[in-house]
Design a protein around this ligand. Structure first.
Ligand SMILES: [Fe+2]
Ligand SMILES: [Fe+2]
Length: 199
């Protein structure tokens, strides 16, 4: 079961001080895993079926990256700008924000495919709310992506987490479309080329 692999995959979960919150992370993973048991190894889930793990890293790499950056980001905002953020909230959000991809990515003719129209952010956000996560975390999860309908973050933490998401996805223009381009195009925004005189 995927939830049994969480502690090994994400050692930074041990830094979440609120024990109940740590338990809820496990509950959420159990819930998505039960809905689609096709995923049995947490290290073998891609960030998207179109992005091979060998080139772009796995969902677990994405989450570990977010946890590592959060451990620097949260104290930096406090130190430099006196903005208080909860490291517990950032670590828990990183751990669960993409967990609904376990439900979204299904097997079809022996291949992993994404379910069309599936809104993994909204599904995980609702699941978090229903399981009893703090509403601030459910909101951070629900608005974490630019893909799909435009959702504005209502908190500083949610806004920062929106930045953190593409930052921890090594999808660069030389690999095809960058994560930022994909986000913009998903909302039918055009991507302008820089003027010729800009290096
Ligand atoms: Fe996501
Ligand atoms: Fe993500």
């Amino acid at each position: 079961m995927l939830e049994d692999q969480l502690d090994r995959a994400f050692p930074d979960l041990a830094e979440i001080r609120d024990k109940r919150l740590r338990g809820l992370v496990g509950e959420l993973w159990r819930s998505v895993s039960e809905r689609n048991p096709v995923h049995t190894d947490i290290e073998r889930i891609p960030t998207h079926p179109l992005f091979p793990i060998e080139r772009h890293g796995s969902l677990a790499n994405h989450i570990r990256g977010q946890m590592a950056v959060s451990k620097t980001l949260v104290p930096t905002y406090m130190r430099e700008w006196r903005i208080e953020l909860s490291l517990d909230h950032f670590l828990a959000t990183a751990a669960i924000h993409d967990a609904a991809k376990v439900v979204e990515f299904v097997e079809q003719d022996g291949k992993l495919v994404a379910t069309p129209g599936f809104d993994h952010a909204l599904v995980a956000g609702r699941l978090a709310r229903d399981l009893g996560f703090p509403p601030e975390i459910a909101h951070m999860v629900a608005v974490h992506t630019y893909v799909g309908p435009m959702r504005l973050p209502r908190s500083r933490a949610a806004q920062l987490f929106q930045y953190l998401d593409p930052l921890c996805l090594p999808v660069f223009p030389e690999h095809g479309k960058s994560s930022v381009e994909r986000h913009l195009e998903a909302n039918h925004w055009s991507v302008a080329a820089p003027p010729d005189d800009v290096p």
